[in-house]
Design a binder for this molecule. Structure first.
Ligand code: CTP
Ligand code: MG
Length: 222
């Protein structure tokens, strides 16, 4: 039985909202509801744990899976740890950012399927990098141009073997706070992480421009 963790406890500082980005209305419903609806359509997902900012422990509707809400932490990974601790069972663990409201049920299913490969600890959605990527020093002087044929832009969802994720999260607060991506914690713990073809439209809502683009794309779905 799979458990899904929906991370929705961020403040949305770059969006400039009132302190809870995942609750901003987007094409007619709160941003996190788009992810809940997609997760609700995934048969393997029996339970969803949502990490929310304090004061937002409101009931949210979802068809199918059982829903638990927990208060998140100061960093994304701390919210992850709080959500994982709220469920003693559920393997694999599917992690998704509420800031990616365009992820489809099919993408969640593909991440779970990819995790079935022998020896795989994590399967993460990603798209090939299409821009040329250079590394520069602090003055802006280019040091090198990277070979983009092996570069991937990482998204959520990310699916984990529960034991691998729990082991990866046994780190100090500083390391936890530095992690922008849970798969990195699995990598540094020696786990095997695979990329799964993500969806180009699965954008992350970070800035007001992202919100406008997401609004346009989701309006076409309703
Ligand atoms: N997140 C979380 N708990 C935190 C910080 C972030 O659950 N303490 C979640 C966010 O809700 C979001 C995802 O992690 O779904 C990715 O974070 P990000 O896009 O950075 O969102 P915010 O932290 O809300 O935005 P900002 O950094 O601009 O404040
Ligand atoms: Mg953030």
């Amino acid at each position: 039985m799979a458990v899904a963790i929906l991370l929705a406890a961020g403040k949305g500082e770059r969006l400039g909202c009132d302190g809870a980005k995942a609750f901003v209305t987007l094409a007619g419903k709160p941003m996190l509801q788009w992810s809940l609806d997609a997760l609700g359509a995934v048969d393997a997902v029996q339970r969803i744990v949502i990490a929310v900012p304090s004061g937002r422990l409101i009931p949210l509707p979802v068809a199918g899976p059982k829903l638990t809400t927990v208060v998140g932490g100061a960093s994304r990974s701390a919210s992850m740890r709080a959500a994982l601790a709220a469920t003693s069972e559920g393997d694999p663990v599917l992690v998704h950012d509420a800031a990616r409201p365009l992820a489809s049920a099919g993408l969640f299913e593909r991440a779970l399927d990819a995790l079935r490969v022998e020896g795989c600890d994590a399967a993460i959605a990603a798209t090939p990098v299409t821009d040329t990527v250079k590394r520069a020093d602090e003055d802006g002087t280019v040091l090198e141009t990277l070979d983009r044929s092996h570069l991937w832009a990482i998204q959520t969802p990310q699916a984990f073997r529960r034991a691998a994720l729990e082991r990866a999260l046994e780190v100090d607060e500083g390391t936890l706070a530095a992690a922008t991506d849970d798969a990195w914690l699995v990598e540094r713990a020696g786990g095997t992480v695979r990329v799964v073809a993500g969806e180009p439209e699965n954008l992350k809502v970070t800035t007001p421009l992202d919100l406008r683009v997401a609004e346009q794309m989701l309006s076409r779905r309703t």
